[in-house]
Design a protein around this ligand. Structure first.
Ligand code: N7H
Length: 483
């Protein structure tokens, strides 16, 4: 059975964080063996799932205790550390066996076209052949920097025999005050995650779905399409996993820039009717209603399927909703959360292998008054903002890649039209979809208007790079990567 002490903490639990640093590195030419030595010293710093769980428990208990005493809760200082490698990194370390995932083997740059990315938007650093990423998370920037410095020392940065070189470093931080936990368009993020069998005990993320089998997230566990069947070295799909892959997970990293003033201006230019008139206190504006319907949740996180006409923060964490194939009155077919988790639109169990665990964090500053006034993002690079998107799965072709290419970018998904020719083609995901036409139907809850396509003038999420990584188990790091 699975021992969660073996699994890096970000995958199944998440690293507690307000700040997060992604240190993208290459192993110096000729330094593979020195790197392995350094990795041995680095491994004790890695946060396991158990440690990450303990940290979250301590925070929850501390908050309860502080609330009882009517005191503000002092954030616990802590840092979380994880590491993952790209295929190029494995090659640099001399690995010769194939892990059994062609998207990982070829890297994200080779996949960019299929994902719909415009490579001219990609930052040159993500074209340089990154070998790995060290993730450091902390609730306090000083703790974060101290941990980063410690890691740099371990890898001898600044010394003649340094074993890694920095390609680039990206820094994420949660947004200030009440926006904490919300991404830059203003929506509560990271809410819906699949529960993993026998890991998230008692938590059922979707009361109407079973927890996913461990192998949907972890390689080599039941439910992994590439699981090695005893006595047979190939799976039904012909994928073979080396033994060091057990309890690792593929990390898809995406550097996503968001054009916030432009997104807001679009909402304001296309307000929806449907809000009762005269409006009652608490009723959304037409722009807010449109925003909620593009995402499928209100800014608080409340699903529009449960509360279609006004936000209700008490519903933020609710997961007990199903979409009903032919109907988009309550939630558009193309809404971001319906595209990326179609729930009842597919047969029961039909989405299990598509589930991913998301661990992203916002980056960049708040929108300035100047940008807001001009309804345009500044060209100043220092004002760039967006999402450092991270997700985990055991199979990239089932998870992230499939979700982006075959769901978000596919105007015919969800497959509502098959059963009834009167139901219109959904269109692309308005948040992350790429495709032509850049439009969707069902933006309006008004049935007479809901078949009218809504055209998007621009893209509001611009992929600026990314990579596919493998996050190995701690035993594999010790016995295979560091020796
Ligand atoms: Fe999405 N957003 O703010 O609009 N996402 N996402 N995402 N996303 C979700 O449940 C957003 C992106 C998924 O189970 C919420 O966490 C933005 C990519 C999945 O119901 C919000 C960006 C991919 C879910 C956003 C972005 C996904 C999900 C609702 C880019 C994968 C869970 C809150 C900048 C290809 C669906 C929540 C479910 C939810 C936003 C990117 C996937 C608010 C702004 C690239 C699987």
């Amino acid at each position: 059975p699975l021992d969660i002490n073996n699994v890096q903490g970000d995958i199944l639990e998440g690293l507690g964080k307000k700040h997060q640093s992604f240190f993208f590195f290459r192993i110096k030419a000729g330094q593979a063996s020195g790197f392995r030595d350094d990795l041995r010293s680095f491994i004790p710093l890695i946060t396991t799932t158990t440690e990450a769980k303990k940290f979250h428990q301590a925070i929850n208990e501390g908050k309860k205790e502080a609330a009882k005493q009517g005191k503000p809760f002092p954030l616990i200082e802590n840092s979380g550390v994880n590491i993952a490698f790209s295929k190029k990194g494995l090659v640099a370390l001399g690995f010769t066996d194939d892990i059994g995932d062609p998207l990982f083997e070829n890297g994200m740059l080779a996949d960019a076209n299929d994902l719909g990315d415009d490579l001219t938007d990609w930052d040159a650093d993500f074209k340089k052949g990154i070998h790995g990423v060290i993730t450091v998370a902390a609730n306090n920037n000083n703790v974060l920097e101290r941990t980063v410095d410690r890691i740099k020392k371990i890898f001898r940065v600044g010394q003649k025999d340094v074993t890694i070189e920095e390609v680039t470093r990206l820094l994420g931080q949660t947004r200030p005050g009440a926006e904490s936990g919300h991404e830059h368009f203003g929506f509560n993020d990271g809410l819906s995650q699949p529960a993993v069998q026998n890991v998230d005990a008692g938590v059922i993320s979707e009361p109407l779905e079973k927890p996913v089998r461990q192998g949907v997230i972890l390689l080599g566990r039941e439910g992994d399409d590439g699981l090695v069947v005893p006595g047979d070295s190939t799976t039904p799909k012909g994928i073979k996993r080396p033994s060091w892959a057990l309890d690792g997970s593929f990390l898809a990293f995406r550097y996503l820039k968001q054009l916030v003033p432009e997104f807001d201006a679009f909402l304001e230019a296309n307000p929806l009717k449907g809000v009762p008139f005269p409006p009652a206190p608490g009723d959304p504006t037409g722009a807010e209603l449109l925003g909620a319907r593009l995402v499928g949740r209100w800014k608080s996180g409340a699903p529009v399927d449960l509360t279609p006409m006004r936000d209700n923060p008490a519903f933020a964490h609710r997961q007990d909703f199903r979409f009903d194939q032919k109907n988009q009155e309550r939630c558009p077919f193309a809404a971001h959360v319906r595209k990326t988790n179609p729930r009842g639109d597919l047969p029961p169990g039909g989405t299990e292998v598509r589930r991913i665990i998301r661990r992203g964090i916002a980056f960049g500053p708040e929108v300035t008054d100047e940008e807001r006034k001009q309804k345009r993002s500044s060209n100043d690079e220092k004002l760039e903002r967006g999402l450092l998107f991270v997700c985990y799965q055991s199979n990239l072709g089932n998870g992230f890649h499939f979700m982006q290419q075959s769901w978000a970018n596919n105007k015919n998904f969800p497959p509502t039209t098959q059963s009834d020719p009167n139901v219109p083609t959904p269109g692309i995901d308005p948040i992350i979809g790429v495709g032509t036409p850049r439009s969707m139907v069902g933006a309006s809850p008004d049935l007479s208007a809901s078949n009218q396509p809504l055209d998007f003038t621009a893209k509001w999420v611009i992929p600026r790079g990314g990579e596919y990584f493998f996050s190995p188990s701690i035993p594999a790091l010790k016995s295979k990567f560091a020796s």
